[in-house]
Design a protein around this ligand. Structure first.
Ligand code: GDP
Ligand code: MG
Length: 296
């Protein structure tokens, strides 16, 4: 099918509401990492979804929150910027019948930028009372004149077709923004780093919260098809380094093993993964430090 319409859609909402899950569901493969910890999506990530004659380019944004370190400020900036210049936005909310402070702030921003916005009430699969939905929609319709109100489950895909139907109304005629077969504009290196970081967060639980960055030092495909990756896990404290490595290296081994398995299924190739742990104190608060890790 020829693509005749193409548009950019920003998905905004508080951390953990399910933005990355929606991007993944729409793209049909993993492009943004999903964990149960807030703020795992640091960069602006596009998922591409072709449906009929329309190409939707989904911009997944970091959660809207109050700045603490420079990394926090950066994330708020990206969240605000990703809303300008898009054709439409989705404000994704939990099925709670009260407009929270982050939602209120996002609504003000969307209103000021005149972005047509669809309200997506997520996690309907976990809803106990259907009536709650009406209450949620009632509360939000008083706060802002949304273009539409769509209950969805980003996890199961329920309602996502109806959501695209609503968004399609704002997608202009135009060329494809991304070529066929491409579902993400993030280079392989970046995805690799995100996958390793996701596994580290999973394995380390709350012990080393957000002071982790992954740098891909080596990324190459050998002649025999094996993908070779060398990655450095940076942490902020010497004590964190010990936790990441674990007793007899057990923790780092587990992180590497989980990451390798996922990378192999993602690239459809055997992956040779080497990981190191290094300490770089205060990387989150230094602007040059941030640039080194790909935060522009
Ligand atoms: P983000 O921070 O907004 O990008 O949120 P994520 O996509 O990373 O999801 C945060 C958590 O919510 C994860 O544990 C997801 O599995 C969960 N989640 C996301 N969408 C749904 C949904 O539709 N239903 C349920 N039950 N859980 C969901
Ligand atoms: Mg996310």
């Amino acid at each position: 099918m020829d693509i005749k319409k193409s548009g950019m859609i920003a998905v905004v909402g508080r951390p953990n509401v399910g933005k990355s899950t929606l991007s993944n569901t729409l793209a049909g493969e993993k492009v943004a990492i999903v964990t149960n910890k807030p703020q795992t999506t640091r960069n602006r990530i596009c998922a591409v979804c072709n449906r009929g004659e329309t190409q939707f380019v989904i911009v997944d944004t970091p959660g809207f929150h109050l700045p603490r370190s420079k990394l926090g400020e950066y994330m708020v900036k990206v969240a605000s910027e990703s809303v300008s210049g898009v054709d439409a936005a989705v404000l994704m909310v939990e099925p709670i019948a009260r407009v929270g402070t982050p939602e209120q702030k996002l609504i003000e921003r969307l209103d000021a930028l005149h972005v047509p916005t669809v309200l997506a009430v997520n996690k309907t699969d976990a809803l106990e009372r259907r009536e709650t939905l009406l209450e949620v929609i009632g509360a939000y319709s008083q706060a802002f004149a949304f273009a539409a109100y769509v209950p969805i489950s980003a996890k199961t895909g329920d309602g996502t077709d109806a959501l695209l139907d609503e968004l399609e109304k704002f997608v202009p005629e135009g060329h494809m923004l991304f070529p066929e077969g491409m579902s993400s504009d993030q280079p392989d290196r970046h995805l690799t780093a995100e996958i390793i970081r996701e596994k580290a967060l999973l394995c380390l639980d709350r012990e080393v919260p957000h002071g982790l960055a992954i740098e891909i030092e080596r990324f190459l495909e050998r002649d025999n098809g094996i993908v070779e990756v060398g990655a450095v896990i940076y942490c902020e404290k010497e004590s964190h380094k010990g936790i990441i490595i674990g007793k007899n290296g057990a923790s780092l081994k587990k992180i590497g093993e989980l990451a390798r398995q996922e990378l192999e299924s993602f690239f459809g190739a055997k992956v040779f993964l080497e990981t190191w742990v290094k300490v770089r104190p205060g990387w989150r608060d230094s602007a040059p430090g941030l640039r080194n890790f790909g935060f522009k």
